[in-house]
Design a protein around this ligand. Structure first.
Ligand SMILES: NC(=O)C1=CN([C@@H]2O[C@H](COP(=O)(O)OP(=O)(O)OC[C@H]3O[C@@H](n4cnc5c(N)ncnc54)[C@H](OP(=O)(O)O)[C@@H]3O)[C@@H](O)[C@H]2O)C=CC1
Ligand SMILES: CC(=O)C(=O)O
Ligand SMILES: [Mg+2]
Length: 758
């Protein structure tokens, strides 16, 4: 089966499974009681109707209008697929709706109009104005798209943008600014070749001209060849950009010596030979979707000095309007802008270009499975999953709207606005999203030691649905089935292993022999060994040890030391590990925070702290994050001399020498781990420098345990753990009271660990 046929099947299955399509409408208010329904609909609904009738602006207060964007197309230029019609464009428009929602929390109605005539299109959209807070025109072919947008801009009082024109121009401008900076070329001297003279291409060229590019340095091609003044077939939007050249020049000839190639046409029309003839340090943006004008690998193969971008997510430098439209509309909606003007577009482009030069947050490295993405030829533009996009771009756009006088609502408190924007995305949840994604990429066999439990079974169902792991359930088959029947849980596709059933005797005997071998010089008789492996936690650990499973999730328990004993006795520590430890991952608004040791070592000494820190740092690296470690105490860098302060200070000195690749600092009070300004003012020597810590090491179990429990209860921070560190293979013990979601998260962690310990 070829890769493309697998992708085709996957894509079709993705769209058709469950509810067909990718998006649904959900109520935002309670509808649980009769009273709720009377408020949501008749008679209560009459009150907001009357308020809005009296004061039309109140439509923003009492309805979803202010957060609702219409994504409207007629299907005439759908991606690079051409004029495939309104129905066929619907998957793309639903897709835009999904991106609006996940990246900027904007709700979308996608509307696919059976309408080719520009005036009819305009009249239809004008009539829809009362419904929407903004209009995103999409995949409408040129030149009709220009006329449609121009007319609508004049007629509507809500922000409207043709995404293929302006979204693309904004994103590619940001990428161009940075790419030119990297190769040290000036935009006013750069020679451009453009393939495509449609919506996207024309708008990009116009914005590049505003940025300083010279029209005489452009050679633009459409289906009929070079766009030159000699041609009589050009539409009025293209003809001002036509070049003077009289002779017929081919695309291949034009590419010779060009500094920049911009592709916004169709796939596979540029050959590697053409790229080979470009000037030194060439820039190629092959942005046709889904197939670029030239593939990333083909182009890179012929030039070492090439900066290459495509519209796709599977290679570096994705120059795609997804980086713009969610955040541009977010900013425009939040200040109720009457339009999206040039000032707002330029502000977005500049904000994007600047953002690419800033250190990349952990979460982005994690998403792309990279250690440290940084500004350079392979990273000229932020990644779409960058959580800073919503704050950076939306705030820049909102500010530009206010400064240019098109905002009808003013933002007064920018800190509060920034906080609101971050909250919209629930940024705290992103790390888990990526761990789940990684688990799904290579699901492993996870044995559940205590499967006769409703929460565990519910979690198993979700694990199966999401493809996170291949669960093996230990427990009594009849008892498990009874729970499932009572609660309508379908466990089809799961292996249930009734280890107390007579059929399991041979396995039990094998496990007893192995356990006896491992522990016979630690006081166990053969009889005792057999007794132990008949307990579910021991049996599960034996499955892991004998490669019948890749990870263990032990039962919900309050007796943690007892629950981890089988793991210690059977799996044992990794070579070179002196102590095992427990770590919690807290999904805070500041990003992921790792706390250690929260579960095992009561009163660690200096050596133990060094070992706990090493294990924790290595675990953080397994999440693909760079550990930034703070050793915590009540004292700052020698300001007090109590036992714990001295211990953490000594451990810091040892760790800094032993692990120079990590940022390690201590001893310090917890707030200094985060307040980098205060730290830099008072302790400029501290190795954390301009960074906040993401890994906190506590002086003893009480401190660590109290800290994470306080945060999770008082600050309602979601957490994952305890994650057991130092064992040869993944075994995790669920805390009593763990929710279904927490169980699923632990399963994902175990799967990712199993992937990395293969
Ligand atoms: N990465 C991104 O963010 C974005 C990418 N795009 C991509 O850009 C492309 C164009 O989209 P859009 O501008 O909206 O569509 P349009 O239909 O408005 O424009 C398409 C243009 O491509 C030209 N073209 C078609 N075939 C060729 C060819 N063989 N050689 C040279 N030019 C050709 C057309 O020429 P003619 O005028 O003669 O018909 C037309 O000028 C699509 O592939 C789309 O996916 C678009 C928006 C964003
Ligand atoms: C990305 C996009 O909008 C397009 O390819 O049409
Ligand atoms: Mg498009």
């Amino acid at each position: 089966m070829s890769i493309s046929s697998i992708l085709k099947q996957d894509a079709l299955a993705y769209h058709s499974e469950g509810k067909p399509g990718k998006i649904e409408v959900k109520p935002t208010k309670s509808t649980a009681t009769q009273r709720d329904l009377s408020l949501a609909y008749s008679p209560g609904v009459a009150e907001p109707c009357l308020e809005i009738a009296a004061f039309p602006e109140k439509v923003y207060q009492y309805t979803a209008k202010g957060n609702l964007v219409g994504v409207i197309s007629n299907g005439t230029a759908v991606l690079g697929l051409g004029n495939i019609g309104p129905e066929a464009s619907k998957p793309v428009m639903e897709g835009k709706g999904v991106l609006f929602k996940i990246f900027a929390d904007i709700d979308v109605f996608d509307l696919e109009l059976n309408c080719l005539e520009p005036n009819d299109f305009v009249e239809t959209v004008v009539r829809l104005e009362p419904t929407f807070g903004g209009i995103n025109l999409e995949d409408i072919k040129s030149p009709e798209c220009f006329e449609i947008e121009e007319k609508l801009k004049k007629r509507l009082k809500i922000p409207i943008m043709h995404d293929d024109q302006h979204g693309t121009a904004i994103i590619s401008s940001a990428a161009l600014i940075n790419a030119l900076e990297i190769v040290g070329k000036k935009i006013n001297q750069a020679r451009f070749v453009v393939s495509g003279a449609g919506a996207a291409a024309i708008s990009c060229v116009k914005l590049y001209l505003q940025l300083g590019a010279k029209i005489e340095n452009f050679l633009i091609f459409d289906k009929d060849g070079l766009v030159s003044k000699a041609r009589t077939d050009l539409n009025p939007y293209v003809s001002p950009l036509a070049c003077d050249a009289q002779e017929k020049r081919t695309l291949a000839e034009a590419m010779k010596g060009a500094d920049v190639f911009l592709g916004l046409s169709v796939g596979n029309i540029i050959s590697p030979d053409m790229v080979a003839t470009m000037a030194k340090d060439p820039i190629v943006f092959a942005m046709a979707n889904p197939t670029p004008e030239i593939g990333y690998l083909e182009a890179k193969a012929v030039r070492d000095d090439l900066i290459m971008a495509t519209g796709r997510s599977d290679y570096p430098n994705q120059v795609n309007n997804v980086l713009g439209f969610p955040f541009i509309f977010r900013g425009a909606l939040d200040v109720r802008a009457s339009e999206i003007n040039d000032e707002m577009k330029l502000a977005a482009a500049k904000a994007l270009a600047c953002l690419a030069k800033k250190p990349v947050p952990d979460i982005v490295n994690l998403a792309y499975n990279e250690k440290s993405i940084s500004f350079g030829p392979d990273y000229i533009i932020p990644k779409p999953v960058d959580p800073r996009l919503i704050t950076t771009v939306s705030m820049a756009v909102a500010k530009a709207a206010m400064d240019s006088g098109v905002a009808t609502v003013q933002i007064k408190n920018w800190d509060e606005y920034e906080h609101q924007l971050a909250k919209r995305l629930g940024l705290d949840n992103q790390v888990m999203k990526f761990i789940l994604k990684r688990a799904k990429s290579n699901p492993k066999r996870i044995v559940f030691a205590d499967a006769q439990n409703l929460k565990v079974l519910k979690a198993v169902r979700e694990v199966l649905d999401e493809g996170i792991a291949k669960p093996i359930l230990l427990g009594n088959q009849a008892a498990i089935q009874a729970i499932c029947e009572e609660h309508h849980i379908d466990l089809q596709g799961t292996e249930i292993l009734d280890f107390k059933h007579p059929d399991s005797e041979p396995l039990l005997k094998e496990f007893a022999d192995l356990f006896y071998e491992k522990r016979k010089r630690r006081g166990y008789t053969r009889w005792e060994a057999e007794k132990q492996v008949r307990k579910s936690n021991y049996f599960a650990a034996m499955m892991l040890e004998t490669q019948r499973a890749d990870g263990v999730i032990s039962g919900l328990t309050k007796n943690y030391p007892e629950a981890i004993r089988p793991a210690l006795q059977i799996i044992g520590k990794k070579p070179g590990v002196k102590k095992v430890a427990g770590m919690y991952l807290l999904l805070s608004k500041k990003g992921p925070l790792f706390f250690s040791d929260t579960t095992i070592n009561f009163q660690p000494d200096v050596e133990d702290i060094v070992e706990i820190t090493r294990l924790t740092g290595e675990a953080v690296e397994r999440f693909n994050l760079q550990p930034r470690i703070a050793l915590l105490s009540y004292s700052n860098f020698g300001s007090a001399d109590g036992d714990d302060a001295i211990k953490m200070r000594e451990a810091t000195h040892i760790l800094q020498k032993k692990y120079p690749k990590w940022l390690i600092e201590g001893e310090m009070q917890a707030h200094l781990a985060f307040d980098k300004e205060l730290r830099q003012q008072n302790y400029p020597f501290a190795t954390l420098g301009n960074e906040t810590a993401n890994t906190l090491i506590f002086p003893n179990l009480s401190a660590a345990n109290i800290a994470y429990n306080l945060l999770k209860e008082a600050a309602e921070i979601e957490y994952i753990g305890p994650i057991l560190l130092g064992l040869r293979k993944p075994v995790h013990v669920l805390q009593l009271g763990a929710s279904v979601r927490e169980i699923i998260n632990m399963v994902a962690i175990a799967v990712v660990e199993a992937q990395t310990t293969e």
